[in-house]
Design a protein around this ligand. Structure first.
Ligand SMILES: Nc1ncnc2c1ncn2[C@@H]1O[C@H](COP(=O)(O)OP(=O)(O)O)[C@@H](O)[C@H]1O
Ligand SMILES: [Mg+2]
Length: 265
């Protein structure tokens, strides 16, 4: 059964610009879902509609079967956590520890629980040694992990990561992959917007493609990245391994192992 549902959602910004048209999609608990698409396709707008930062002009958003129009954004955020595209839009405390502890403190959880959650999230996000530091002592790419930890401590069923791979080195991208696995193993749903197609192939089974204000298509990485018409329409590139396979005339290949088998025999 799906935990988060959007039904025919449409959204316009106050200046009248329509950014999302007729979006219907649903998410089950425990799945990792990637959202890809060109800049301006409406990805960020769509995920902000999922956690109540933005409200539909028409259509419905349901959490656990319940219509959310009457819920506050704070109530929705307890179920659907959103990690901002730009960490600096989210960070506002003077130490990393306070930033990460803010959510559960606001939920009035016992101090011991707050501390336990802060330590667990800081451990996973590689922040244990810097908890007392000012968030801005860390570079942009690491600040992103502060904001991820700050959402994790709220313990929402759904975690949305908006371009977490942007500006990350290989090691941090691997850490993101691990983090997604840890969350989905706990039956959390992780929805991740990314431009890193290799990351999508490695970490996700379900991919949503946004183009021109709409959810254009969804499928497995293989279904998406070998649909050339879709990629062309959405101005997306195949992952490098698919590009190489295509140049060698091996259709449908997704991994080095598969390519190796084709080449050898
Ligand atoms: N506050 C805003 N007011 C008006 N238009 C906006 C606003 N924020 C975003 N947009 C427009 O909405 C469209 C979708 O934006 P966005 O959801 O951020 O796309 P994406 O995350 O896919 O890059 C873009 O054309 C963008 O310029
Ligand atoms: Mg965006």
């Amino acid at each position: 059964m799906s935990f988060l549902q959007l039904e025919n959602v449409r959204f316009c910004y106050p200046n009248g610009f329509e950014a999302v048209q007729d979006l219907s999609v649903d998410f089950r608990l425990g799945e990792a879902v990637a959202i890809i698409g060109q800049n301006g396709a409406g990805k960020t707008t769509a995920v902000k509609l999922m956690n109540g930062l933005l409200r539909p002009a028409s259509g419905r958003v349901l959490i656990d079967g319940q219509e959310t129009a009457s819920l506050t954004t704070a109530q929705m955020a307890q179920h659907v956590g959103y990690v901002f595209q730009n960490p600096d839009d989210q960070i506002f405390q003077e130490t990393i520890e306070k930033e990460i502890a803010f959510g559960p403190k606001k939920q009035k959880l016992p101090a011991a629980v707050v501390q336990e959650r802060v330590h667990e999230a800081a451990e996973i996000c590689g922040l244990m040694d810097v908890l007392k530091e000012h968030p801005y002592n860390l570079p942009y790419s690491k600040r992103k992990f502060i904001t991820i930890a700050a959402v994790m401590t709220m313990d929402p069923e759904i975690v949305i990561l908006d371009e977490p791979t942007a500006g990350q080195d290989r090691e941090s991208t691997e850490l993101l992959g691990k983090l997604i696995k840890i969350l989905t193993d706990k039956n959390k749903t992780v929805i991740t917007i990314t431009h890193d197609m290799e990351f999508v192939v490695k970490e996700f089974q379900r991919v949503l493609v946004f183009a021109e204000k709409q959810l254009r298509k969804e499928g497995t990485p293989r279904e998406i990245f070998w649909n050339e018409e879709l990629l062309q329409f959405s101005a997306l590139k195949q992952p490098y391994i698919c590009q190489l396979a295509k140049a060698l005339n091996f259709q449908g290949v997704m991994t080095m192992e598969e390519l190796g088998k084709k080449v050898v025999g």
